[in-house]
Design a protein around this ligand. Sequence first.
Ligand code: FAD
Ligand code: UDP
Length: 456
Amino acid sequence: MRPYGESKLVRIADTVADFVAAAEQAMQEDTATSGWLSRVDAFLEQISWDRTWAAMMKLLDSAIATRDLEDKANLNGAIAGKQAPNVITREFVFDYLIVGAGFSGSVIAERLARESGKKVLVVDKRNHIGGNAYDHYDENGVLVHKYGPHIFHTNSREVFEYLSRFTKWRAYEHRVLASVDGQLVPIPINLDTINKLYGMNLNSFEAEEFFKSLAEPKEYIQTSEDVVISKVGRVLYEKFFKNYTRKQWGLDPSELDKSVIARIPTRTNRDDRYFTDTYQAMPLHGFTKMFENMLNHPNIKVMLNTDYREIEKAIPCREMVYSGPVDEFFEYRYGKLPYRSLDFKHETHNTEVFQSAPVINYPNEHLYTRVTEFKYLTGQEHSKTSIVYEFPKAEGDPYYPVPRPENQEVYKKYKALADATPGIHFVGRLATYKYYNMDQCVAQALATYKQIAVTA
Ligand code: FAD
Ligand code: UDP
């Protein structure tokens, strides 16, 4: 508006009515005697993009010259012992500081080092790499996932081929049972689920009719409750989804975005796989081994047990890739974004097999949501077996962004800040506040790397 409005070269209107009035007035004013048009022409003649650009460049050049002088002064001071030794010079030891050694950080670190020849420092505040996908051998020698069951699946050939550079695979299709009405039945709900639950013998066609008879059609599917009730009705919703979701998220399904429960399909055939992706496999020697291979490059240094804030000033880097929580990065300027957390209760049992499926979900009993027996996932043979119970909670390590409209609104504000912060790239489940699976994090990280590589 400045200087156009102030110099009365244009009229400013706030509302539709004001706009119409202003346009009418402007048309009346545009006469040969008013001189409005010649004033506008005269003003526009003085400005041009070339002039604005030249002025900007002049400013930039003078800022760079000032900084060069300051750098020289600091360096002289440091040599003379007058400055702290970690004075920031323009010689960077690392090109990139990567915060977080999970999928998002590790993929970008690997690409920058191997593909672009950049020097990369990866820091993680935990004492291990791999982020939430970290696995390790427990004290009994059983391979377990510290942060709950991680099953790899993707439809992306690019993602699968990329990861295949760092691991061999073990074919594995995941299957889950749900404990409902005293029985263990397949989830996602399929033909066998309803036949077993209701003692019926329906075929696929009849199952479809059965679901239709229960479904309550909805014009707009907005919430997770709508998704299930519109497909299979209220009774199955309450048996399989309502209470599991309340436990997991601390919210009713009617308060959660439809995308949450839409992850779980309903089937009228006998397919009892949890996922139907083209590629379903587990890293043959575990996720951590795969991360080790990814990060094993002379240009990559890994620093564990370190919050990036402890070292960012001491070890200056040209740019940063950040995969921690986005609200934390901006010191909660727009308030806290809710992330759901979990307590994991790991146990080892002195028996070869503990339960009849890799994962059993408990929608209605117990405080935990599910129990995982790792040997099914890893294929390990061992005389003992290790399992984990998941107890959801609100506070603690951030594991799940909570998809609902009000959180999305807050995230949008952080996203605008992130977009306006030069030299820092935000990636992953926590920094982009997206309920991403591992393969989606890899895909996002590969895409971000490609963007960085254009200017790197
Ligand atoms: P993370 O793995 O969270 O890594 C971020 C890292 O940043 C962390 O290690 C953290 O310590 C570090 N960090 C944060 N702040 C700082 C800081 N200030 N300084 C230094 N370091 C910092 N996906 C699937 O595809 N299949 C599954 O079966 C599956 N199961 C899951 C089960 C559970 C219980 C959970 C919680 C997730 C599951 N996921 C699954 C999702 C999967 O874990 C994520 O998609 C993926 O691991 C996210 O990777 P990331 O690198 O974005 O984040
Ligand atoms: N869900 C449910 N009952 C189940 C399985 C899933 O209500 O038996 C809902 C629940 O809200 C859960 C969501 O579907 O959080 C997604 O399930 P998924 O197994 O994909 O969760 P994740 O493995 O990401 O924890």
